[in-house]
Every structure is written in structure tokens, then in C-alpha cells.
Design a protein. Structure first.
Length: 262
């Protein structure tokens, strides 16, 4: 069985945000209170985290996540990366290195900003006092495996920094990160599979220069034709109930700590 937890359903400012407060979101609906985005997967005991938000500490505590086999990164924006230092707690609990995976452009930024976290694969640091992460470079559209779990990095376009998604186990789950357009090469990969669960970002319903609108997201959903869709990465322009009304029956807005079983 595969278990998925949406650790955070919010965009970079979170909801409420310092500048916009609750925006159009109903403050009385607990599903509108959103930490920054991150997703945890448990594939029959293989535990994978996608992105490390600045809220990662409480996300791990709230869900009692104390062990990870690997961390994957979609891109290097602060709301997806800057909780990386909290991974030292995973090092401490398990007394071993922790592998993380990113494309070359994302890896370059991580090494520049958080070089103190990184060690070589053959060297285990004193993980009680020193974080100890091992970097692995991946390439878009090239499959790799983590303890038997098949993963394909997916190219995305139009965001203001290089961004990618991931397909797990030939379409069992597909997670798309920040994007404006999904290129034909990625759509070809996705439409060749029967996608069971698709996780996609919806920053605002009307879209922005670097983020797809609800109309654009729904058009891509029609093309990919997944069984079920979860919309995450929502800002204060996305009220939970209103987005739920605007989407088809198989499309659901995410909320913090949302759990999905496959």
C-alpha cells in the first residue's frame, strides 16, 4: 500500500500571510490555514519526502515522521528548500547519512547555500552534532530507483527558476511542482501511463506570470486523464470551498496533513 501525506498545502506566503492575511479564504474553515508545500510518501515502507519547506519541523512532528530513505527536490525556491536544515534531526534519529536528489541546476544552488549540510557518500559525519546529507544528481526524463521505487523526473516550463516534477512507479503517483506550462515531452511521458494520483499546484485561480491558472490546470488534467487529482500550493486567493465548487468530482483541493491511501 502507498500512503501519501500533504504536509503543507500552501504557496510561499502561507495562509494567512503577513501581507494579505486570509485574502478571500474563510478564516473559520480550518482547511484554509496552510503551511508551505511538501509531500511525504510511504511506498510499502520506502519513505520519500519531496521538498523541505520552512515549516518542515512542525510538519514532521505533527505526522510523527522520524525516518526517511530519501529527499527529492523540485526546485530551489525558499518555500520548497529552506527547511533543509531540519533534516539533521533525521540524521540524529537514524544515526546515518540521508540521500537527496536534485537536477544539476538545483543541486548547484543547494551546494552553494547549504554546503555545510553535505558530505561524501562514503563518509559518515558525527550526525549527533553535524548534519550529513549525500547529494545525487538526476536528469529529467531519466528513470532512477530508490530501494526499488521507480522515479522519473519531469521537465516543467515557465516558472522563474528551473523546476521539475516526479512520476513514481509508472504513474502510480505524479507530482507536478510550480509551472506555467507542461512541455510536450513531459505530456508524452504522462499520457503513455495510466496515472492514478496527480498532485498539481494551483497558486491562484486566475494564474500569474510564472504560475498556471485554474483553467490551464484543468486543461492539463483533461490531457493527462488521471483517476484522482489533488490541488496544492494554494495562496490566499484560493478559498477551499470555492475551489472545491469549481473543480470536477475527481479533483480535490488539498489541506495540511491530508492523507491519501492507494
Amino acid at each position: 500500500m502507498t500512503n501519501v501525506i500533504i504536509l503543507g498545502a500552501g504557496a510561499a506566503p502561507g495562509v494567512p500571510s503577513l501581507s494579505s492575511g486570509w485574502g478571500v479564504c474563510n478564516p473559520n474553515n480550518p482547511y484554509n490555514r496552510r503551511r508551505r508545500a511538501g509531500v511525504y510518501y510511504d511506498f510499502d515502507g520506502v519513505k520519500i519526502l519531496v521538498d523541505t519547506s520552512p515549516d518542515l519541523r512542525m510538519q514532521l512532528i505533527d505526522n510523527q515522521i522520524k525516518c526517511l530513505d530519501a529527499v527529492l527536490y523540485t526546485h530551489a525556491h525558499a518555500d520548497h528548500l529552506h527547511g533543509i536544515d531540519y533534516l539533521r534531526e533525521i540524521n540524529r534519529i537514524n544515526a546515518c547519512n540521508l540521500d537527496f536528489y536534485a537536477t544539476s541546476k538545483v543541486l548547484k544552488i543547494i551546494k552553494k547555500q547549504f554546503g555545510y549540510l553535505i558530505t561524501s557518500p562514503k563518509k559518515v559525519k558525527d550526525v549527533i552534532s553535524t548534519p550529513s546529507l549525500v547529494a545525487h544528481k538526476i536528469k529529467e526524463a531519466e528513470e532512477f530507483k530508490i530501494k526499488g521505487i521507480k522515479i522519473v523526473p519531469l521537465k516543467l516550463c515557465g516558472h522563474n527558476t528551473p523546476s521539475n516534477g516526479f512520476m513514481f512507479n509508472d504513474g502510480e503517483v505524479v507530482q507536478i511542482a510550480d509551472f506555467k506550462k507542461i512541455p510536450a515531452s513531459t505530456l508524452k511521458i504522462l499520457t503513455s501511463k495510466k496515472v492514478k494520483l496527480l498532485i498539481m499546484p494551483l497558486t491562484t485561480p486566475f494564474g500569474q506570470a510564472y504560475h498556471a491558472s485554474l483553467e490551464e490546470v484543468l486543461n492539463y488534467i483533461k490531457i493527462i486523464a488521471p483517476q484522482k487529482v489533488i490541488l496544492n500550493h494554494m495562496a490566499s486567493e484560493c478559498d477551499f470551498d470555492e475551489i472545491n465548487k469549481l473543480t470536477p468530482e475527481n479533483v480535490f483541493p488539498a489541506f495540511d496533513n491530508m492523507k491519501i491511501e492507494l
